[in-house]
Design a protein around this ligand. Structure first.
Ligand code: NAD
Length: 433
């Protein structure tokens, strides 16, 4: 099957039919496809090895966002999330972006920062300079010993930086180890390296090494994505539903972004929308979403005040240009990515070759999600879309089954009466017909 992600009517299919399409798209084996189908696929033995004191497992829905075209390649995007509308919104934003070639994305080398805190240093400024003066030796030593086996995969310690911090507990020297983690997220690898190098830093500085730990502010490991949404496409997207001009929609989305740029109260929600997409892919692939969340919000504060992780502008033709830049502390080799059976299949569905490619996909999904939210918020509001899904849930609660669910839901939305009692009345009438 051709790897095309713009599969029309995907949302109308049964989960079984969707699985068949995903299986063909990604070339999954029968066993891999089964891992998607079965519940309780994370067996007790595996779960018991993953964390402590295991008593069971829990499950969340895994959805597939369609339409993503990133750097000319089609992707189906696995998303693990409990919130309705997110997968639909990402798919829709990607569909509208396809008209102008989809997303273009880039990423930096996968450099994570490890920190070693040195206290009781007599002359912190001199110690910081002395460590820098010996950095070539330190790097050579680290990459020869290679305690976390990164050099073998093309990574390793790349650079050393030092900072002197004036803290409430006095001055301290902070050493930053800049480590190329290749396809690893790198936390375990870097924490190990910190412990190996700490005695060297103690020797040079005459101080005492305390914390030796990765920084989740992964500002050297970032991914960027960009997309253009044509004003005509934006206008068409509302045809029949609203009387908005393409030009106006572009302006309103830029105003919505400007609001977030100038107000942390709005920026927090703006970024939450981005993380709806980012976290869903991070979770689907078994990555550490707390690490990615912490990094994203710290990065959002880098200009001295908390702000949005995206920006919007107009190109010379008046089309909307959306851009995102986020830190991406994610990997393909460690953590649950290689142990969780569904995470392994999610990586296969994505068809990413390395952690950099995964980070570019994640940035594109974050941008798509943010665009979808702003498009709705700046025009008709998000409740309309939410209400449709909510109405379906209410219809099911009232006992509707099969095709009746959509009929009952549509009627309630039309009447703007989304209540179980009304759903039951509509259902009764349907049965009488
Ligand atoms: P890991 O230690 O499980 O795996 C990394 C190792 O995989 C490398 O050291 C390397 O030897 C090997 N490897 C194989 N192929 C590789 C390749 N192509 N590129 C790079 N390395 C390759 O995982 P990790 O990434 O070091 O740590 C990630 C885990 O650490 C996450 O599960 C996270 O939850 C956890 N963690 C996070 C934090 C934090 O974010 N602050 C702190 C502690 C632990």
């Amino acid at each position: 099957m051709e790897r095309k992600s713009d599969i029309s009517g995907f949302h109308e299919l049964s989960p079984k039919r969707r699985r068949e399409i995903v299986k063909a798209f990604a070339g999954l084996t029968n066993e891999e496809a089964k891992a998607l189908e079965k519940t309780g696929v994370l067996d007790e033995k595996t779960a018991d090895m993953m964390i402590e004191n295991v008593v069971g497992t829990t499950e969340l829905p895994l959805g597939i966002a369609t339409n993503f075209l990133i750097n000319g390649k089609d992707y189906l995007i696995p998303m693990v999330i409990e919130e309705p509308s997110v997968v639909a919104a990402a798919s829709y934003a990607a569909k509208l972006a396809r008209a102008s070639g989809g997303f273009t994305a880039t990423s930096t080398d996968p450099i994570m920062i490890g920190q070693v805190q040195l206290v009781n240093v007599k002359n912190p400024e001199k110690a910081a300079r002395d460590i820098l003066a010996k950095k070539e030796d330190i790097i050579a030593y680290a990459n020869t010993v290679d305690p976390c086996v990164l050099v073998k995969f093309g990574g390793g310690l790349r650079d050393i930086e030092t900072r002197v911090l004036a803290t409430p507990a006095g001055k301290m020297v902070i050493v930053h180890m800049l480590v190329d983690c290749r396809d690893a997220m790198g936390a375990n690898a870097i924490n190990t390296l910190g412990e190996v190098l700490a005695p060297m830093f103690e020797d040079i500085s005459g101080g005492k090494a305390r914390l030796r730990i990765i920084s989740n502010l992964a500002d050297r490991r970032t991914a960027k994505a960009k997309a253009v949404w044509k004003k005509e496409v934006l206008e068409q997207s509302f045809s029949g539903k609203g009387d908005f001009k393409g030009e106006d929609i572009v302006n309103w989305i830029i105003e919505a972004w400007a609001f977030a740029f100038s107000d942390p109260y709005r920026a927090a929600t703006h970024n939450k929308g981005i993380m709806n997409g980012v976290d869903a892919v991070v979770m689907a692939t078994g990555n550490d979403w707390r690490a990615v969340e912490a990094g994203a919000h710290a990065y959002a504060s880098m200009r001295g005040r908390y702000g949005p992780l995206t920006r919007y502008s107009k190109d010379k033709d008046g089309n909307l240009v959306g851009e995102i830049e986020i830190p991406t502390a994610i990997g393909l080799v460690g953590g649950a990515t290689k142990t969780h059976p569904v995470a392994k299949v999610a990586v296969r569905i994505l068809g990413v070759k390395n952690a950099n490619e995964l980070s570019e996909v994640i940035a594109s999904v974050g941008l798509a999600q943010n665009f979808a939210a702003l498009r709705a918020l700046a025009t008709e509001g998000i409740q309309r879309g939410h209400m449709r899904l909510h109405a379906r849930n209410i219809a099911v609660m009232a006992g509707a089954q099969g095709k009746d669910i959509d009929v009952v839901a549509a009627k309630m939305v039309e009447e703007k009466k989304i209540r179980v009692d009304r759903a039951k009345e509509i259902l009764e009438k349907l049965k009488d017909q």
